[in-house]
Design a protein around this ligand. Structure first.
Ligand code: MN
Ligand code: MN
Length: 404
């Protein structure tokens, strides 16, 4: 690395930083401008979505496993009543801890009664939905959720989902296992259809003929009637066992775990405020145009992201050094391995919103600024070749989102 005579930080112009590592990499090195052209086959509609892959920032270096995926090109399984599409580790190799499903249910559309091995965390992105779940103590729970609300069903607990009026819902599901698939759930119709009639008769204490008309194939998603009032459903499922001790649903918009700055806000839901959510923690991040989700990392889990609105740009940093930048748009998925440094900038003209989802009971992040302002200034000054007076101007506390 070339040594540079220092002027005080304030009087120096912002340099066009090149990648300091060898071999030189990046468009900044292209003295022959033909190095930047791309005359071969291409699809501008897709290519234009990835400005920072086409022309990486000069500070990017080396490569990383692909950390961009999307629901936009995930095949839909369409049925009468809605559809589902998913991105699991089979599609997205880096995503070891969490898989994701995007599902639409019409008004009255039902996601069949089922259960599965993974815990399920849901986020409503549109409309409203009725959820039912039963815990292992026989305590039933029914609730209506709307845009911005979340739910959590612990592994193995049986549940159902149904779209409400006027236009049903769309929602995100996260499973706490990258290999969990939405098409490998245990369905009530499958089990009933694959149980001998005399066993059904014995199990339910009714004549075998009762089951003469059961569906022989799974329903999965089907069109039903819009359910009646919530209170009626609640009364219908109430039993001597009482209600579960903690709700299975939560309003992220009303979360008190919220940090706001001029640049935007971070709303957290984890087992501290959404007690049932023992294996998933999440943060809903909203950034104003130009704002930055600060340089940080997470000590306790991989970050799975769902991009809800706007245009964001994220750079990941790992040992090596490695630094790779990608662009994200609504319906996209991002993934950051535990402890990898990263930041997100809103590079669009509109509000940017995305979810950070973790396989953990709690949300945790380490802020670069917070670290540098809680280390003896002389130590930091020696590392960065920046004077202590300037270091004293770094933001205090943990900004989360800049500007403050
Ligand atoms: Mn489920
Ligand atoms: Mn993060």
């Amino acid at each position: 690395m070339a040594t540079m005579k220092r002027r005080s930080t304030a009087e120096r112009p912002i340099p066009a930083f090149g990648n300091p590592d060898l071999p030189p990499q990046g468009a900044v090195n292209a003295a022959n401008r033909a190095s930047l052209t791309d005359p071969g086959p291409q699809n501008p509609a897709i290519g234009s979505q990835f400005a920072s892959a086409q022309f990486p920032p000069a500070t990017d270096v080396s490569d990383m496993p692909m950390f961009w995926a999307s629901f936009n090109n995930a095949p839909k399984r369409v049925q009468n009543g809605g559809w589902a599409r998913q991105v699991t580790q089979y599609d997205f190799a880096v995503a070891e801890e969490i898989s994701g499903v995007d599902m639409r249910l019409t008004a009255g559309g039902v996601r069949e009664m089922h259960w599965h091995l993974a815990a399920e965390w849901g986020y409503v992105s549109y409309g409203s939905c009725r959820v039912t779940v039963l815990d292992e103590m026989g305590r039933a729970y029914v609730a209506d959720v709307k845009e911005g609300d979340i739910w959590y069903f612990p592994a193995g607990l049986p549940h159902s989902l149904q779209g409400l009026g006027p236009d049903g819902c769309e929602f995100l599901l996260c499973f706490d296992d990258g290999r969990a698939t939405e098409y490998n759930t245990l369905l009530v119709t499958d089990w009933i259809a694959h149980t001998p009639p005399e066993i059904l008769a014995a199990n339910f204490g009714l004549p075998a003929a009762t089951f003469a008309d059961i569906p022989l194939n799974q329903l999965y998603i089907f069109q039903g009637e819009v359910p009646g009032p919530l209170e009626a459903d609640r009364a219908a499922v109430a039993g001597a066992e009482g209600a579960p001790p903690y709700p299975f649903t939560f309003s992220l918009k009303q979360s008190k775990g919220c940090k706001q700055t001029k640049g935007g806000e971070v709303r957290v839901a984890d087992s501290n405020n959404f007690h049932i959510s023992k294996t998933i923690a999440a943060a809903l991040v909203t950034l104003a145009p130009g704002a930055l989700r600060e340089m940080h990392w997470h000590p306790n889990g991989d970050e799975w992201q769902y991009w809800i609105k706007g245009h964001g740009r994220m750079t990941l940093f790992d040992a090596g050094p490695k630094a790779v930048t990608q662009d994200f748009h609504p319906g996209d998925i991002g993934y950051v391995k535990r402890a990898h440094g990263h930041y997100v900038q809103n590079v669009g003209d509109d509000e940017l919103q995305f979810l950070e989802v973790f396989r953990s009971s709690y949300f945790a992040d380490v802020s670069l600024t917070n670290w540098l302002t809680h280390t003896p200034p002389a130590m930091v000054a020696r590392h960065l070749n920046i004077d202590e007076e300037t270091i004293a101007k770094f933001p205090r506390g943990k900004p989360e989102i800049m500007p403050l």
